[in-house]
Ligand binder design. Structure first.
Ligand SMILES: Nc1nc2c(ncn2[C@@H]2O[C@H](COP(=O)(O)OP(=O)(O)O)[C@@H](O)[C@H]2O)c(=O)[nH]1
Ligand SMILES: [Mg+2]
Length: 324
């Protein structure tokens, strides 16, 4: 790797000193495909590693953004600094999908102990952007003790992002149908903490009871962990249950450290980051740098001279070994 430029070093020092403008600038680079991105992210990464990353997921409308807002305020009240990354997979297509969150989040924006970043999950080439964790690294290096990552639990990409957290909170809203929505979204199994949001609504009690029953029957939950998954009812509107959630999030981190599970989590996060970065490299190679080679096998596949699997292997060459 090229040695980092003095400008990069200066930027990283400013980030670590918590300067907001520099944090925003570093994030912009981290999210970009700029040539200097890797060098900067490498520097930042070396300064990160202290924050607790808390993934918050659930179907659209579950109450995640409202909860994140209430949670952030409560953590701040306890004296810790909070970074927020709001991920919306639809934003590259609609352009404006995150506007609502952004507006509602602005009530937190005046607090220097809170930093909010909205971003898209998908990179320029259509794949999951590996920059999510580069952006989290920036917040981590900047000294935000807790980083809340809000993601819509709708696709595999989003599930992977939220799984790359130390603590995963799955939010289910009452009254969105009999079935617990998270089952449909496929995120129920990944929860370290279940939240039933909008507890000011009467149906919340049933949703919480359903979740507890499922947990008791062992039909959901993580295999091989001694953590007892709590079900917490919250109302962001009435600020109910938020303290309990803060306690559970802290308790989960303590559990990870006490049992050594933290090492497993850290390993999983790094593994996901490496695999995602590798996928992105391959995609970039194929779609951009090796476009000619792609076009060549594409033509031959269309002509019936080869098939898509063989063409893919040929394209990747030595990296995948002989065709099987
Ligand atoms: N009654 C009630 N409504 C809520 C509560 N929290 C959020 N909502 C509403 O639920 C809808 C979706 O909330 P939002 O936080 O944007 O959900 P997200 O899509 O999961 O981020 C909005 O209309 C909110 O006003 C709550 O605690 N009680
Ligand atoms: Mg939201």
């Amino acid at each position: 790797m090229a040695s980092p430029s003095p400008a990069d070093r200066r930027l990283v020092e400013e980030v670590c000193a918590g300067q907001r403008r520099s944090i925003a600038r570093a994030m912009a680079v981290a999210e970009s495909t700029a040539p200097g991105k890797r060098a900067l992210c490498a520097l930042i990464h070396r300064r990160a590693g202290r924050a607790q990353i808390v993934g918050i997921t659930g179907v659209p409308g579950a109450g995640k953004s409202s909860l994140v807002r209430a949670l952030a305020q409560r953590i701040r009240a306890g004296g810790r600094r909070v970074g927020i990354v709001a991920i919306d997979p639809s934003s590259p297509f609609s352009g404006g999908a995150i506007l609502g969150d952004r507006i509602r989040m602005t009530e937190l924006a005046g607090d220097p102990g809170i930093f909010i970043r909205s971003m898209a999950t998908r990179g320029a080439l259509g794949g999951l952007s590996p920059s999510t964790h580069d952006v989290i690294d920036v917040l981590d290096a900047a000294g935000f003790e807790v980083v809340l990552v809000e993601t819509v639990g709708v696709g595999q990409d989003e599930v992977e992002i939220v799984q790359a957290a130390h603590t995963v909170v799955v939010v289910s809203a009452p009254g969105l149908g009999d079935e617990v929505q998270a089952i449909k979204a496929g995120v129920l199994e990944i929860a370290d903490i279940h939240v039933v949001s909008k507890s000011d609504r009467p149906e919340a009690r049933k949703t919480a009871a359903d979740l507890r029953t499922m947990l008791r029957l062992g039909s959901i939950g993580r295999i091989g962990s001694t953590w007892s998954i709590p079900v917490i009812a919250t109302s962001a509107q009435r600020r109910d249950g938020i303290d309990d959630l803060v306690t559970a999030v802290g308790g989960h981190l303590a559990h990870l450290h006490a049992t050594g599970e933290i090492a497993v989590r850290r390993r999983r996060i790094v593994e996901m980051r490496i695999v995602k970065a590798a996928e992105d490299l391959v995609r970039e190679q194929l779609l951009v740098r090796r476009r000619d080679a792609l076009e060549a096998v594409l033509a031959r596949t269309l002509a019936g001279e080869t098939d898509p699997h063989a063409a893919a292997r040929e394209l990747l060459g030595a990296a995948v070994g002989p065709a099987g």
